[in-house]
Write a protein that binds this ligand. Structure first.
Ligand SMILES: [Zn+2]
Length: 353
Protein backbone atom coordinates (compact mmCIF):
# COMPACT_ATOMS: atom_id res chain seq x y z
CA UNK A 1 0.00 0.00 0.00
CA UNK A 2 1.42 3.31 -1.09
CA UNK A 3 1.88 5.64 1.87
CA UNK A 4 1.31 8.77 -0.25
CA UNK A 5 -1.74 7.87 -2.30
CA UNK A 6 -4.25 7.75 0.56
CA UNK A 7 -6.72 10.57 1.03
CA UNK A 8 -6.29 12.41 4.29
CA UNK A 9 -8.96 13.33 6.80
CA UNK A 10 -11.60 11.05 5.35
CA UNK A 11 -13.39 10.92 8.68
CA UNK A 12 -12.98 14.14 10.63
CA UNK A 13 -15.84 13.34 13.04
CA UNK A 14 -15.40 12.60 16.75
CA UNK A 15 -13.83 9.25 17.53
CA UNK A 16 -13.57 6.67 20.27
CA UNK A 17 -10.35 4.68 20.44
CA UNK A 18 -10.08 1.44 22.41
CA UNK A 19 -6.82 -0.16 21.33
CA UNK A 20 -3.71 1.96 21.60
CA UNK A 21 -0.46 1.31 23.46
CA UNK A 22 0.99 4.26 25.32
CA UNK A 23 4.51 2.95 24.80
CA UNK A 24 3.90 2.51 21.09
CA UNK A 25 2.78 6.12 20.74
CA UNK A 26 5.68 8.22 21.95
CA UNK A 27 6.74 11.09 19.72
CA UNK A 28 10.01 10.49 17.91
CA UNK A 29 10.94 14.06 18.84
CA UNK A 30 10.44 13.36 22.53
CA UNK A 31 12.58 10.24 22.51
CA UNK A 32 15.29 12.08 20.61
CA UNK A 33 15.21 14.89 23.14
CA UNK A 34 15.29 12.46 26.10
CA UNK A 35 18.29 10.62 24.70
CA UNK A 36 20.14 13.93 24.41
CA UNK A 37 19.13 15.06 27.87
CA UNK A 38 20.20 11.78 29.43
CA UNK A 39 23.41 11.87 27.43
CA UNK A 40 22.71 8.39 26.13
CA UNK A 41 22.76 8.69 22.35
CA UNK A 42 20.74 6.17 20.35
CA UNK A 43 23.14 4.23 18.20
CA UNK A 44 22.83 5.01 14.50
CA UNK A 45 20.48 7.93 15.21
CA UNK A 46 22.58 11.08 15.10
CA UNK A 47 19.64 13.02 13.64
CA UNK A 48 15.91 12.92 14.30
CA UNK A 49 15.36 11.65 10.77
CA UNK A 50 17.51 8.59 11.58
CA UNK A 51 15.41 7.85 14.63
CA UNK A 52 12.22 8.08 12.57
CA UNK A 53 13.73 5.70 10.04
CA UNK A 54 14.54 3.29 12.84
CA UNK A 55 11.14 3.43 14.56
CA UNK A 56 8.73 3.49 11.62
CA UNK A 57 8.14 0.09 10.06
CA UNK A 58 7.68 0.47 6.31
CA UNK A 59 7.64 -3.10 5.13
CA UNK A 60 5.75 -5.83 6.96
CA UNK A 61 7.94 -8.46 8.50
CA UNK A 62 6.71 -10.00 11.73
CA UNK A 63 5.37 -9.01 15.11
CA UNK A 64 8.72 -9.06 16.91
CA UNK A 65 10.33 -6.83 14.29
CA UNK A 66 7.39 -4.48 14.77
CA UNK A 67 8.02 -4.37 18.51
CA UNK A 68 11.68 -3.28 18.31
CA UNK A 69 10.75 0.37 18.75
CA UNK A 70 8.92 -0.50 21.96
CA UNK A 71 12.14 -1.78 23.45
CA UNK A 72 13.96 1.34 22.37
CA UNK A 73 11.32 3.51 24.03
CA UNK A 74 11.39 1.55 27.29
CA UNK A 75 15.11 2.05 27.42
CA UNK A 76 14.56 5.79 27.84
CA UNK A 77 11.12 6.20 29.42
CA UNK A 78 11.12 3.39 31.97
CA UNK A 79 11.80 4.46 35.52
CA UNK A 80 11.73 8.18 34.60
CA UNK A 81 8.60 9.49 36.30
CA UNK A 82 8.75 12.90 34.65
CA UNK A 83 9.13 11.39 31.18
CA UNK A 84 6.24 8.99 31.84
CA UNK A 85 3.94 11.86 32.79
CA UNK A 86 4.98 13.72 29.65
CA UNK A 87 4.39 10.63 27.51
CA UNK A 88 0.80 10.43 28.75
CA UNK A 89 0.22 14.17 28.33
CA UNK A 90 1.51 14.21 24.77
CA UNK A 91 -0.60 11.17 23.98
CA UNK A 92 -3.69 13.25 24.81
CA UNK A 93 -2.55 16.11 22.63
CA UNK A 94 -1.89 13.78 19.70
CA UNK A 95 -5.26 12.10 20.17
CA UNK A 96 -6.91 15.51 20.01
CA UNK A 97 -5.45 16.04 16.53
CA UNK A 98 -7.43 13.00 15.33
CA UNK A 99 -10.55 14.29 17.10
CA UNK A 100 -10.61 11.49 19.67
CA UNK A 101 -13.10 12.34 22.39
CA UNK A 102 -12.64 9.19 24.47
CA UNK A 103 -9.68 6.83 24.61
CA UNK A 104 -8.78 3.71 26.55
CA UNK A 105 -5.01 3.65 26.47
CA UNK A 106 -3.10 0.57 27.60
CA UNK A 107 0.33 0.09 29.10
CA UNK A 108 2.34 -2.31 31.20
CA UNK A 109 3.29 -0.84 34.59
CA UNK A 110 5.89 -3.61 34.90
CA UNK A 111 7.67 -2.39 31.79
CA UNK A 112 7.38 1.25 32.87
CA UNK A 113 9.09 0.47 36.17
CA UNK A 114 11.96 -0.74 34.06
CA UNK A 115 13.53 -3.62 35.94
CA UNK A 116 14.04 -6.99 34.30
CA UNK A 117 11.12 -9.39 34.09
CA UNK A 118 12.77 -11.92 36.35
CA UNK A 119 13.38 -9.43 39.14
CA UNK A 120 10.95 -8.97 41.95
CA UNK A 121 8.49 -6.17 41.42
CA UNK A 122 7.66 -3.84 44.22
CA UNK A 123 3.96 -2.91 44.28
CA UNK A 124 4.82 0.65 45.25
CA UNK A 125 6.93 1.00 42.12
CA UNK A 126 4.00 -0.14 39.97
CA UNK A 127 1.70 2.30 41.73
CA UNK A 128 4.17 5.14 41.23
CA UNK A 129 4.50 4.72 37.48
CA UNK A 130 0.76 4.19 37.06
CA UNK A 131 -0.04 7.33 39.02
CA UNK A 132 2.34 9.28 36.75
CA UNK A 133 0.53 8.05 33.66
CA UNK A 134 -2.81 8.98 35.19
CA UNK A 135 -1.47 12.40 36.18
CA UNK A 136 -0.34 13.03 32.59
CA UNK A 137 -3.66 11.83 31.18
CA UNK A 138 -5.59 14.11 33.53
CA UNK A 139 -3.45 17.09 32.65
CA UNK A 140 -3.99 16.22 28.99
CA UNK A 141 -7.73 15.89 29.50
CA UNK A 142 -7.84 19.34 31.09
CA UNK A 143 -5.82 20.98 28.33
CA UNK A 144 -7.13 19.14 25.27
CA UNK A 145 -10.55 17.84 26.28
CA UNK A 146 -9.73 14.20 25.43
CA UNK A 147 -11.11 11.89 28.06
CA UNK A 148 -8.71 9.00 28.76
CA UNK A 149 -8.98 5.88 30.89
CA UNK A 150 -6.31 3.25 31.42
CA UNK A 151 -6.12 -0.46 30.64
CA UNK A 152 -3.26 -2.36 32.26
CA UNK A 153 -1.47 -4.89 30.09
CA UNK A 154 -0.07 -8.15 31.40
CA UNK A 155 1.85 -10.95 29.71
CA UNK A 156 0.49 -14.46 29.33
CA UNK A 157 3.92 -16.02 29.83
CA UNK A 158 4.19 -14.37 33.27
CA UNK A 159 0.70 -14.98 34.67
CA UNK A 160 1.68 -14.17 38.25
CA UNK A 161 2.26 -10.54 37.21
CA UNK A 162 -1.43 -10.18 36.47
CA UNK A 163 -2.28 -10.42 40.17
CA UNK A 164 -0.08 -7.31 40.75
CA UNK A 165 -2.02 -5.53 38.03
CA UNK A 166 -5.34 -6.31 39.65
CA UNK A 167 -4.02 -4.75 42.87
CA UNK A 168 -2.93 -1.66 40.93
CA UNK A 169 -6.37 -1.48 39.26
CA UNK A 170 -8.04 -1.45 42.67
CA UNK A 171 -5.90 1.48 43.75
CA UNK A 172 -7.10 3.62 40.84
CA UNK A 173 -10.72 2.61 40.43
CA UNK A 174 -11.77 5.87 38.79
CA UNK A 175 -9.04 5.84 36.19
CA UNK A 176 -8.30 2.22 35.31
CA UNK A 177 -11.11 0.46 33.51
CA UNK A 178 -9.71 -2.90 32.43
CA UNK A 179 -6.95 -5.41 31.88
CA UNK A 180 -5.31 -6.86 28.77
CA UNK A 181 -2.89 -9.60 27.82
CA UNK A 182 -0.36 -8.57 25.22
CA UNK A 183 1.51 -11.74 24.55
CA UNK A 184 -1.11 -14.40 24.13
CA UNK A 185 0.05 -14.34 20.53
CA UNK A 186 3.30 -16.07 21.37
CA UNK A 187 1.60 -19.04 22.92
CA UNK A 188 -0.73 -19.25 19.92
CA UNK A 189 -2.74 -22.45 20.25
CA UNK A 190 -1.36 -23.45 23.67
CA UNK A 191 -3.83 -24.51 26.36
CA UNK A 192 -5.28 -21.84 28.62
CA UNK A 193 -3.28 -21.01 31.74
CA UNK A 194 -5.43 -21.81 34.82
CA UNK A 195 -3.99 -18.91 36.84
CA UNK A 196 -4.87 -16.45 34.07
CA UNK A 197 -8.38 -17.89 33.80
CA UNK A 198 -8.95 -17.33 37.51
CA UNK A 199 -7.37 -13.84 37.48
CA UNK A 200 -9.49 -12.82 34.50
CA UNK A 201 -12.52 -14.04 36.43
CA UNK A 202 -11.43 -12.06 39.47
CA UNK A 203 -10.92 -8.87 37.45
CA UNK A 204 -14.46 -9.22 36.08
CA UNK A 205 -15.93 -9.84 39.52
CA UNK A 206 -14.23 -6.68 40.73
CA UNK A 207 -15.94 -4.76 37.92
CA UNK A 208 -13.03 -4.30 35.50
CA UNK A 209 -13.32 -4.80 31.75
CA UNK A 210 -11.30 -7.51 30.00
CA UNK A 211 -9.60 -7.67 26.64
CA UNK A 212 -6.94 -9.96 25.14
CA UNK A 213 -4.71 -9.74 22.07
CA UNK A 214 -5.67 -12.70 19.91
CA UNK A 215 -6.01 -13.56 16.24
CA UNK A 216 -3.28 -11.19 15.11
CA UNK A 217 -0.38 -13.62 14.72
CA UNK A 218 -2.42 -16.53 16.07
CA UNK A 219 -5.35 -18.36 14.52
CA UNK A 220 -9.09 -18.55 15.25
CA UNK A 221 -8.74 -21.01 18.12
CA UNK A 222 -6.75 -18.40 20.08
CA UNK A 223 -9.77 -16.11 19.72
CA UNK A 224 -12.14 -18.88 20.77
CA UNK A 225 -9.98 -19.57 23.82
CA UNK A 226 -9.84 -15.85 24.73
CA UNK A 227 -13.61 -15.51 24.55
CA UNK A 228 -14.84 -18.86 25.82
CA UNK A 229 -12.20 -19.80 28.40
CA UNK A 230 -10.75 -16.49 29.58
CA UNK A 231 -14.18 -14.92 29.16
CA UNK A 232 -12.79 -11.73 27.62
CA UNK A 233 -15.31 -9.08 26.60
CA UNK A 234 -13.21 -7.72 23.75
CA UNK A 235 -10.53 -9.10 21.46
CA UNK A 236 -7.48 -7.12 20.32
CA UNK A 237 -7.20 -7.48 16.52
CA UNK A 238 -8.96 -10.80 15.86
CA UNK A 239 -8.44 -10.77 12.07
CA UNK A 240 -7.89 -14.48 11.70
CA UNK A 241 -11.32 -15.28 13.09
CA UNK A 242 -12.64 -15.14 9.51
CA UNK A 243 -10.68 -18.31 8.70
CA UNK A 244 -12.98 -20.50 10.80
CA UNK A 245 -16.62 -20.25 9.77
CA UNK A 246 -18.00 -21.76 12.97
CA UNK A 247 -15.97 -19.59 15.35
CA UNK A 248 -16.59 -16.49 13.23
CA UNK A 249 -20.35 -17.04 13.11
CA UNK A 250 -20.46 -17.53 16.85
CA UNK A 251 -18.52 -14.29 17.37
CA UNK A 252 -20.96 -12.51 15.05
CA UNK A 253 -23.95 -13.93 16.95
CA UNK A 254 -22.47 -13.02 20.33
CA UNK A 255 -21.38 -9.61 19.02
CA UNK A 256 -17.81 -10.07 20.30
CA UNK A 257 -16.05 -6.75 19.90
CA UNK A 258 -12.88 -6.74 17.76
CA UNK A 259 -10.47 -3.87 18.32
CA UNK A 260 -9.05 -3.58 14.79
CA UNK A 261 -5.95 -1.65 13.80
CA UNK A 262 -5.72 -1.24 9.98
CA UNK A 263 -2.11 -0.12 9.52
CA UNK A 264 -0.59 -2.34 12.16
CA UNK A 265 -2.49 -5.33 10.74
CA UNK A 266 -0.30 -4.99 7.64
CA UNK A 267 2.93 -3.85 9.20
CA UNK A 268 3.08 -6.65 11.75
CA UNK A 269 2.63 -9.10 8.89
CA UNK A 270 -0.66 -10.30 10.43
CA UNK A 271 -2.55 -9.74 7.16
CA UNK A 272 -0.82 -9.81 3.75
CA UNK A 273 -0.68 -6.57 1.73
CA UNK A 274 -2.10 -8.14 -1.40
CA UNK A 275 -5.16 -9.74 0.19
CA UNK A 276 -8.36 -9.34 -1.84
CA UNK A 277 -10.64 -8.65 1.09
CA UNK A 278 -9.07 -7.47 4.31
CA UNK A 279 -10.78 -9.04 7.36
CA UNK A 280 -11.75 -5.54 8.55
CA UNK A 281 -13.63 -4.99 5.29
CA UNK A 282 -15.20 -8.42 5.78
CA UNK A 283 -16.23 -7.39 9.31
CA UNK A 284 -17.88 -4.26 7.91
CA UNK A 285 -19.77 -6.25 5.26
CA UNK A 286 -20.96 -8.81 7.83
CA UNK A 287 -22.06 -6.27 10.43
CA UNK A 288 -19.47 -7.48 12.95
CA UNK A 289 -18.92 -5.53 16.12
CA UNK A 290 -15.55 -3.84 15.58
CA UNK A 291 -13.74 -0.55 15.98
CA UNK A 292 -10.87 1.24 14.21
CA UNK A 293 -7.77 1.96 16.27
CA UNK A 294 -4.19 3.10 15.79
CA UNK A 295 -2.35 0.56 18.01
CA UNK A 296 1.14 2.11 17.80
CA UNK A 297 1.55 5.43 16.00
CA UNK A 298 5.31 5.63 16.69
CA UNK A 299 5.79 2.46 14.71
CA UNK A 300 3.17 2.73 11.98
CA UNK A 301 4.09 6.36 11.35
CA UNK A 302 0.39 7.20 11.01
CA UNK A 303 -2.08 8.93 13.28
CA UNK A 304 -5.51 7.43 13.87
CA UNK A 305 -6.72 9.47 10.88
CA UNK A 306 -4.34 7.43 8.74
CA UNK A 307 -6.05 4.23 9.87
CA UNK A 308 -9.40 5.66 8.81
CA UNK A 309 -7.90 6.60 5.45
CA UNK A 310 -6.72 3.05 4.92
CA UNK A 311 -10.10 1.62 5.93
CA UNK A 312 -11.78 4.10 3.57
CA UNK A 313 -9.50 2.94 0.73
CA UNK A 314 -10.98 -0.53 1.17
CA UNK A 315 -14.42 0.92 0.67
CA UNK A 316 -15.62 1.50 4.22
CA UNK A 317 -18.35 4.13 3.95
CA UNK A 318 -18.95 7.15 6.16
CA UNK A 319 -21.90 5.33 7.72
CA UNK A 320 -19.75 2.28 8.47
CA UNK A 321 -17.04 4.45 10.01
CA UNK A 322 -19.62 6.18 12.18
CA UNK A 323 -20.89 2.77 13.19
CA UNK A 324 -17.41 1.62 14.25
CA UNK A 325 -17.29 4.53 16.68
CA UNK A 326 -20.72 3.73 18.05
CA UNK A 327 -19.54 0.12 18.42
CA UNK A 328 -16.49 1.37 20.31
CA UNK A 329 -18.58 3.53 22.61
CA UNK A 330 -20.87 0.59 23.38
CA UNK A 331 -17.87 -1.69 24.02
CA UNK A 332 -16.04 0.86 26.19
CA UNK A 333 -15.28 -0.21 29.75
CA UNK A 334 -17.26 2.67 31.19
CA UNK A 335 -20.22 2.61 33.57
CA UNK A 336 -23.51 2.31 31.65
CA UNK A 337 -24.60 5.86 32.30
CA UNK A 338 -21.30 7.28 30.99
CA UNK A 339 -21.44 5.02 27.96
CA UNK A 340 -24.93 6.30 27.12
CA UNK A 341 -23.66 9.85 27.38
CA UNK A 342 -20.75 9.07 25.03
CA UNK A 343 -23.05 7.39 22.50
CA UNK A 344 -25.39 10.39 22.64
CA UNK A 345 -22.50 12.77 22.05
CA UNK A 346 -21.39 10.82 18.97
CA UNK A 347 -24.89 10.50 17.56
CA UNK A 348 -25.56 14.20 17.88
CA UNK A 349 -22.29 15.05 16.13
CA UNK A 350 -22.87 12.48 13.36
CA UNK A 351 -26.43 13.69 12.73
CA UNK A 352 -25.05 17.09 11.77
CA UNK A 353 -22.38 15.75 9.43
ZN1 LIG B 1 -2.03 -4.07 20.54
Amino acid sequence: MDRISLKEDVFPGPKVELHVHLNGCFRHETLFELAKKKNRPISGCAALADLKMRCIVREPKNLSHFLDAYELGYHYFAGDLEAIERLAYEFCEDSKHSNVIYSEVRYSPHRLVGVGFREKYDLQGLLDVTSQVIKGLKRGERDFGVRCKSILSGHSWLPELLSDLIKVCQNFRDDIVGIDLVSQEYSAEAPAVPLLVSLYGEAKRLGFGTTIHAGEASGPTAIQRAVEIYGTQRVGHGYHVVKDKTIYEKCLRDQVHFECCPWSSFLTGAVPFDIDTHPIKQFAMDGANFSINSDDTTITGYTLDGDYSLAHSWGLTQEQMKQTNLNAAKAAFLPEVEKKELIKQLMEAYKQS
